[in-house]
Design a protein around this ligand. Structure first.
Ligand code: ATP
Ligand code: MG
Length: 158
């Protein structure tokens, strides 16, 4: 289906707004040069974004959660960045596994089951995308997703 990407992203960010406000976090969203329309599965795309925003908010105690949508190398890039607790380098290879949670002791106080990122990873693959993560403990985390793009014939200019 053709989905209105700009609208989907804005709705997802708005759904996350209350959670961010509860923790007095800044929630920023910017879209730069991204196409308005994308041929993809809107429900899955929304689930991906909501999971990443939920994590970013859950694992951040102060500062900013920012999401950025852009157009790069012929596709759509989505970056979700936070200023939270971060993920130790030696745990990064495992975070997309089902039920994996970083440092069980620290995770217990945050609730959750360890499924969110495995779902994000699976759905990103189903939509033909790729996901990478960069993180520094005590500084923050950034998830980047990249999707190839199909344009609407005769309708889109990029
Ligand atoms: P669920 O998403 O099922 O409610 P969860 O958030 O613990 O539970 P995942 O979303 O799969 O599970 O994340 C796996 C683990 O990766 C988390 O337990 C957390 O330790 C770590 N993690 C995920 N996102 C972040 C983030 N933005 N900053 C710091 N750690 C994160
Ligand atoms: Mg999660």
């Amino acid at each position: 289906e053709w989905i209105d990407l700009a609208e989907l992203m804005e709705q997802a960010v708005n759904k996350a707004r209350l959670k961010a406000a509860d923790k007095a976090l800044k929630l920023e969203y910017t879209a730069e040069g991204a196409p308005q329309w994308m041929y993809t599965d809107g429900a899955r795309m929304e689930q991906i974004v909501l999971n990443l925003l939920e994590n970013a908010i859950r694992y951040t105690e102060k500062g900013t959660v920012s999401m950025r949508l852009s157009f790069e190398a012929g596709g759509v890039k989505l970056a979700v960045r936070d200023t939270g607790i971060g993920i130790p380098e030696d745990e990064l290879p495992f975070i997309f596994e089902r039920f994996y949670r970083v440092e069980k002791s620290r995770s217990r106080m945050h609730g959750g089951t360890g499924l969110g990122l495995s779902i994000v990873h699976k759905l990103t693959g189903l939509l033909g995308g790729a996901i990478t993560v960069a993180s520094r403990p005590g500084e923050g985390t950034c998830f980047e997703l990249y999707f190839d793009l199909r344009l609407r014939p005769g309708k889109d200019r990029v």
